[in-house]
Write a protein that binds this ligand. Structure first.
Ligand code: AMP
Length: 390
């Protein structure tokens, strides 16, 4: 007996030391399989799951670099889906530059253009592009689609898109791009589906994960983001500081003699919750730690978020809904409660029981601002873009 051919699209999300994959059917939202190659290098690990969450046996294979990890993942998937017929591959690409407001079919010209944005996102873009090249080599002739984290933000009003530097810097690409666009795109679509009235209004989405940002939307379109030129600005994150006075960086260079590379490491890897707590970048660990430094790190995270919420409401001229998403936003009732507690003056409140139960709507009946908890799904946004192409 021969199995039916499994026509599907593959999604790839290549990080600096990880590779996330999803295998999606041509219709429907549920993945056929998901996988994560983590700590790519000598200690790499690979986990694969099927649609029910059951483990798919990962074949022993090379996880020493991204290309090898992709080959190992594909071999494991092929063993589970022997008649896999890939219609397209969708890729998460952190930077689409100033012009791409939608996913784009990968061509040699596009690859060249995206390589020019690598200096804007040196820790992510090169890995994203090597993921595309590896998939092109593995599946010659299969269409590849690039989905940009910056694309959702391309319609910002000029004042939310620029820095007050001499104009030539804006023209050279030094401007606010915004990130987490795939997540915001997903939430905007889901909100329009479950509550078109709210989606038509002024919505602030807080994507709170290891990376964190908030996005102000009007009528489902991004108006402003706390992330700007790089994914460093705005909220405090797992290992990034968020908003910082540029004078601090000048001081570190001039007086502490730190190089650009050392400052980059400080800002991307040593700061945020990890730097403040001296313990961990992981919110769950900090909530459980019970040390003063962990409590202060959490207090800073909440306070920065509250200030940015006020700023975003000002940019939108008010707020009709606040959506929590991302690992912390979806799962930490204590963080949501603390954020809302301090924002009552803006009409934001959380019902304790609904919040503790992670209900979709956690604001009390009749509240001025609807407060929602919505799981995000960046992989599905990529899969839909890949499907739309074929
Ligand atoms: P993400 O980058 O979206 O996967 O989110 C990762 C962050 O979510 C980490 O800081 C986790 O500690 C945090 N997180 C996940 N689950 C929980 C939870 N139940 N309570 C608090 N934080 C959580």
């Amino acid at each position: 007996m021969t199995a039916d051919r499994t026509r599907a699209v593959l999604t790839l999300n290549a990080g600096s030391s990880s590779l996330k994959v999803g295998l999606f059917p041509m219709q429907g939202d549920a993945a056929l399989a998901t996988g994560l190659a983590d700590r790519i290098g000598p200690d790499g690990t690979l986990t694969l799951k099927d649609a029910t969450g059951a483990a798919i046996p990962a074949l022993a294979g090379d996880l020493s670099n991204h290309e090898a990890a992709l080959a190992t993942i594909l071999a494991s998937l092929a063993a589970r889906f022997p008649d896999l017929d890939l219609a397209a591959v969708g890729h998460r690409v952190v930077h689409g530059g100033p012009d791409h407001a939608a996913p784009a079919r990968v061509t040699p010209a596009l690859l060249e253009e995206l390589a020019r944005y690598a200096p804007f996102a040196p820790l992510h873009q090169p890995h994203n592009l090597s993921g595309i090249r590896a998939a092109m080599a593995a599946f010659p002739g299969v269409p590849q689609v690039a989905c940009f984290d910056t694309a959702f933000h391309r319609g910002h009003p000029w004042v939310n898109d620029t820095y007050a530097l001499p104009r030539r810097f804006h023209d050279k690409g030094v401007r606010r791009y915004g990130f987490h666009g795939l997540s915001y795109d997903y939430i905007a679509g889901e909100l329009a589906r479950i509550s078109p009235g709210l989606a038509a209004g002024r919505v602030v989405v807080a994507h709170l994960g290891n990376g964190a940002s908030i996005c102000g939307m009007m009528g489902g379109r991004s108006i402003a983001s706390t992330m700007g030129f790089s994914p460093l600005d705005g909220l405090a994150m797992g290992t990034r500081p968020g908003q910082i006075d540029p004078g601090v960086l000048l001081y570190l260079m001039d007086q502490e003699g730190m190089s650009a590379g050392q400052i980059s490491d400080l800002l991307y890897r040593q700061s945020g919750l990890l730097g403040l707590s001296g313990l961990s970048n992981d919110m769950r660990r900090l909530e459980a730690a019970g040390t003063d430094a962990a409590a202060e790190a959490i207090a800073y995270f909440v306070a920065r978020l509250q200030r940015e919420l006020g700023s975003m409401a000002a940019a939108l001229g008010g707020i009709d809904a606040l959506v929590f998403t991302g690992g912390i936003g979806e799962n930490s009732a204590p963080i949501r409660a603390r954020v809302c507690e301090g924002m009552g003056w803006m009409g934001i409140a959380a019902d304790a029981a609904c919040n503790a139960a992670h209900a979709r709507m956690i604001s009390p009946e009749g509240a001025a601002v609807a407060v929602l908890v919505m799981p995000t799904n960046e992989e599905l946004v990529i899969a839909r873009a890949a499907r739309a192409l074929v």
